[in-house]
Ligand binder design. Structure first.
Ligand SMILES: C[S@@+](CC[C@H](N)C(=O)[O-])C[C@H]1O[C@@H](n2cnc3c(N)ncnc32)[C@H](O)[C@@H]1O
Length: 199
């Protein structure tokens, strides 16, 4: 197998790093959901050596992620955990932070509900959830290109599609997460950043 490559990861990795690095400066452990190729994990963990970066994805992605991890050989990256958000195989460990990029628009609504149902159980109190990707606001696309992207997503899988910010934030709130900030990112993407409340 050749090492998988994502052009969008190359494009968005530095703008994402610029936002998340200050947020994660006190975090020691992070779970990435839907690591994809593993490119983000390699790039981000290099610049945040204090952070133990745990990759995860569905099993069919593991071989590709492992190729990136083996080549990078960063001491603070961990091999992929098998995690499908809809299954009861979430890690028992609690992390200081959870990160996920470009996943919620790929998932069905029921998988996004499962994501938020389970995610806080593997976050420490005061832990962070950081999600990158496109969102709709007031049921509207934020750009013509996002509208076209949504049509294309649904042509690939009828259950995929850009999710409403308000719905996602409602799910997060219901699981005990408070939205701290919503960052505008290049190419009509956002970074949503929530904190888990202390009991
Ligand atoms: C567009 S890729 C993004 C990958 C990577 N995070 C990135 O930014 O390049 C979507 C990712 O979501 C993951 N994904 C989709 N449905 C999932 C599910 N039910 N559970 C876990 N991951 C899922 C896919 O396996 C894939 O890695």
């Amino acid at each position: 197998m050749n090492k998988p490559f994502s052009e969008s990861c190359q494009q968005n990795r530095q703008p994402i790093l610029d936002v998340i690095q200050p947020l994660l400066k006190h975090s020691q452990t992070l779970l990435e959901i839907g690591s994809g190729t593993g490119q983000h994990a390699v790039y981000f963990s290099e610049d945040m050596p204090h952070l133990q970066w745990h990759t995860s994805d569905r099993s069919e992605y593991h071989q590709g992620i492992n190729l990136w991890l083996e080549e990078a050989n960063n001491p603070n990256i961990h091999p992929p955990i098998s995690l499908d958000v809809s299954k009861d195989t979430w890690p028992k460990q609690q992390f200081d932070a959870v990160f996920s990029a470009n996943t919620l628009h790929i998932m069905s609504q029921s998988n996004v509900s499962a994501f938020f149902k389970y995610v806080s159980s593997c976050m420490q109190e005061g832990g962070l959830l950081i999600v990158y990707g496109p969102f709709n606001y007031d049921k509207q696309y934020t750009s013509a290109s996002n509208a076209r992207f949504d049509t294309w997503l649904k042509s690939q899988n009828i259950n995929s599609g850009i999710k409403d910010f308000e719905w996602v934030n409602h799910l997060a709130h219901a699981t005990g997460l408070t939205l701290e900030k919503d960052y505008a990112m290049p190419a009509n993407n956002r970074i949503l950043y929530w904190k888990k409340k202390s009991a």
